[in-house]
Design a protein around this ligand. Structure first.
Ligand code: GLU
Length: 478
């Protein structure tokens, strides 16, 4: 029985890479009459974002990528949310301790930091030096029972190597000398990704782990865990990473990566799924007579996609190509469908209702609505240089401020008060007046010097599209 899963962590906006891996898993499962599981890996409490889980569901459903088992739909291996399974991971950690495959480590954050600094200074890779591995287990257990804070680490064999098979790459070997004694259980009692992921893939009877290439270096740790537990390994398929045009790993500085962005910016789900299906080369090459990239539905991909055909070159997520393909899809809509897509996407009631209060105070006839609100409906809004760059500043300083603004907007809670303090804190940080920072943000968002209130406008326009506008502005002013 084929069982596959995606295991997103709810740490922010749903990522386009999550959709890509979800699509690959879904195709794989449907081709083999298997099950596709969605598991929420929410054990990193420092990066947890409350709204993220719901946004992941909404974004994947928008794309039509439905799962068979998951926290919201249940299933035979529930619960599917790791924060509800912590007792299980603790038990498994105990099991590893008892077997000597793991050990307790009492090193404090300060000690680890000091260790890291000395290793860096000596040009050594930063790695745990295993000093707690020598503690007699009974003594370590006593200290832990007495309440001393500790973590549990994997005891990586001191010599030798771990080899595993990647279905797309063949055998991959990691020398143990290069594998860190990974933390498995943190001092807050939560497992790390590595322990929880392996325990759950086993418990949930996952047959094939299909995930992004960036996890290859974690896989030897996982294989050691499977071996320590005496469990059979799943098959591993590490998919080539999506890349920016310059071939670097896809990043928000160079491409919008939030699925929320694609939805709000008017990409059709079928076009985005088609585009993601073309990444990696699993679909047959376009026939010679095809004048354009062939359009594939999810059903076509299930029928024709071949994992053996995937090339490891690193598929380029080319936004221009995606836009072009989306245009092809838009033109294929009937006039009525197109009308309905515009209605639902460009001027949905909910959005219009949020925009209205921003202009009601400002206009004398309704026809003036777009004189004020246009920037909330346009795709491209680019301020002139004299609108963007404050009087006392130059382009270089303005670019620096824009980079800092991007970081601030990425992490701020998306409401008026939080944005207000984020922008003021940013002003302090870069030594600009709050007024300058507000004017800069206004110029980027609206293209103008005068507009409806900035903070309310940002809130209405949303984080994903605001950041995209900023990204485009940075690209335009080099
Ligand atoms: N929680 C990991 C993530 O955020 C899962 C990686 C995996 O599929 O093993 O992507």
């Amino acid at each position: 029985m084929v069982r596959v899963r995606i295991a997103p962590s709810p740490t922010g906006d749903p990522h386009v890479g999550t959709a890509y891996i979800a699509l690959m898993n879904l195709i794989f499962a449907r081709q083999r009459e298997g099950k596709f599981v969605l598991r929420i890996e929410d054990t990193d409490r420092t990066r947890f974002v409350e709204t993220s889980e719901r946004m992941i569901y909404e974004a994947l459903r928008w794309l039509g990528l439905e799962w068979d088992e998951g926290p919201d739909v249940g299933g035979p291996f529930a619960p599917y949310r790791q924060s509800e399974r912590t007792a299980l991971y603790r038990e498994r950690a105990e099991q590893l301790l008892a077997a000597g495959s793991a050990y307790r480590c009492f090193c404090t954050a300060a000690e680890l930091e000091d260790m890291r600094r000395r290793q860096m200074a000596a040009h050594l890779p930063p790695r745990y030096d295993r000093r707690c591995r020598a503690l007699p287990p009974a003594e370590a257990a006593r200290r832990a029972a007495a309440g001393e804070a500790c973590v549990v680490r994997l005891a990586v064999p001191l010599a030798g190597a771990t080899t595993f098979r990647d279905e797309l790459r063949g055998e991959i070997t990691f020398e143990h000398a290069n594998v860190d004694d990974q933390v498995l259980l943190k001092s807050d009692g939560y497992p790390t990704y590595h322990l929880a992921n392996v325990v759950d893939d086993h418990e949930m009877q996952i047959s094939d782990v299909i995930r992004a290439e960036e996890w290859i270096s974690s896989t030897p740790k996982h294989v050691l865990l499977y071996q320590a537990f005496g469990w059979a390994l799943p098959r591993f398929w590490h998919m080539p990473l999506l890349r920016n045009r310059d071939k670097s790993k896809i990043s928000k500085r160079k491409n919008p990566v939030s699925l929320i962005y694609y939805r709000q910016a008017g990409f059709l789900p079928a076009a985005l799924v088609n585009f993601l299906g073309l990444m990696g080369g699993g679909m047959p090459a376009p026939s010679a007579e095809a004048k354009e990239v062939e359009r594939f539905t999810l059903a076509d991909m299930i029928a024709q996609f071949q994992f053996e055909r995937i090339s490891l070159g690193g598929p380029v997520f080319d936004l221009e190509k995606l836009k072009w393909l989306n245009g092809v899809y838009l033109r294929a809509l009937s006039p009525e469908e197109f009308f309905r897509a515009v209605r639902a996407n460009v001027v949905p009631d909910e959005y219009l209702r949020a925009v209205c209060p921003l202009v009601q105070e400002r206009i004398e006839t309704l026809a003036q609505f777009f004189d004020w609100a246009d920037f909330l409906f346009r795709d491209e809004v680019l301020p002139a240089a004299e609108v963007l760059i404050p009087k006392q500043r130059d382009l270089a300083a303005t670019r620096k401020a824009m980079e800092a603004l991007a970081a601030a907007l990425e992490s701020a809670d998306w409401n008026k008060e939080a944005l207000d303090s984020a922008l003021r804190a940013l002003a302090d940080e870069i030594g600009w007046s709050a007024k300058e920072v507000f004017m800069l943000a206004r110029a980027i968002l609206t293209g103008k010097k005068a507009s409806p209130p900035l903070l309310e406008s940002l809130v209405v326009f949303g984080r994903a599209r605001s950041l995209d506008r900023l990204r485009r502005c940075l690209a335009a002013f080099r």
